[in-house]
Write a protein that binds this ligand. Structure first.
Ligand code: APR
Length: 246
């Protein structure tokens, strides 16, 4: 029998350093479809190999660019939800006591006020050059529906996200591993725990002796090492766990 929400709330209050690892489920209640939920998941409608790899982008830059532009426009229309806001409020009220590690690229943690979120998979709202920029790659031209490019050498801009098969940003991963090594409580919220190295952080926390709590309406790959599994939605569970006792 794993611990219930009251016990987990007591664990939060007594914790020295909390790591929160979030996935797409934290943004679901803002209206952002998750990747793998059968009905609404992005991948259910697209083949990830078609869209989220460098090879796919080089093969069909206009199609992939358009898909990211659509996602960028969609996240621009939604707002952070009570889960994002509770995390940001807790971090503000307890400086240095929480590290937020996110797999999400939608920028909603940052828009909720958590600027120091460790973004393992990059950002949907930033672009970068596809190939190493040369002196000529200062300006890039926006073309309707086409990815911007350098008019001189043709270098393309690309979404600032981590694609399948690419390495995670080394600095972000090192910061995530460091926080995981130091924490005594990890909340794993809204992730199916299928993608590494992000999912591996939950196992590393468990191995170093931290308590691990899963917050997810469904079962996940992390459940088997969790000290508690709260079958709840993040926008209601996180405020309960994190809000200062009234
Ligand atoms: N509250 C909490 N969890 C929720 C909610 C909610 N309201 N709604 C859905 N979930 C859960 C689902 O049950 C699922 O376990 O969120 C999880 C979303 O899982 P995925 O769609 O696999 O998303 P995620 O785990 O973030 O994917 C990880 O995979 O495709 C790559 O780079 C992409 O960052 C992404 C990574």
């Amino acid at each position: 029998m794993t611990a219930g929400r009251d016990t987990v709330r007591a664990w939060v209050n007594e914790a020295r350093h909390i790591v929160v690892l979030t996935g797409a489920g934290v943004s679901a209640e803002s209206g952002v479809p998750t990747f793998r939920d059968a009905l609404t998941g992005f991948w259910a409608r697209f083949d990830p190999q078609e869209l989220a790899t460098e090879a796919a982008y080089r093969a069909n830059p206009a199609q992939v660019w358009r898909w990211y532009q659509e996602r960028r426009a969609m996240v621009g229309k939604v707002q952070p939800n009570a889960g994002h806001l509770a995390l940001a409020a807790y971090a503000r009220q307890n400086p240095g006591r929480m590290s937020l590690i996110t797999q999400n690229v939608d920028g909603l943690h940052q828009r909720a006020g958590q600027a120091d979120a460790i973004a393992l998979h990059g950002s949907l709202v930033q672009d970068r050059w596809l190939d190493a920029p040369r002196n000529c790659c200062e300006e890039h031209e926006l073309q309707d529906g086409q990815p911007p490019l350098c008019a001189t050498c043709g270098n393309l801009r690309r979404p600032g996200v981590v694609w399948f098969g690419e390495n995670l940003p080394a600095e972000a991963l090192a910061a995530a591993e460091q926080a995981t090594a130091e924490c005594d409580l990890m909340l794993v919220v809204g992730t199916s725990g299928q993608v590494y190295p992000a999912a591996g952080l939950a196992f590393a926390a468990h191995q170093q002796g931290a308590r691990v709590v899963v917050i997810n309406p469904e079962t996940t790959e992390i459940d088997r090492i969790a000290d508690a599994c709260l079958r709840e939605r993040s926008a209601t569970c996180l405020p309960f766990l994190l809000m200062e006792s009234v």
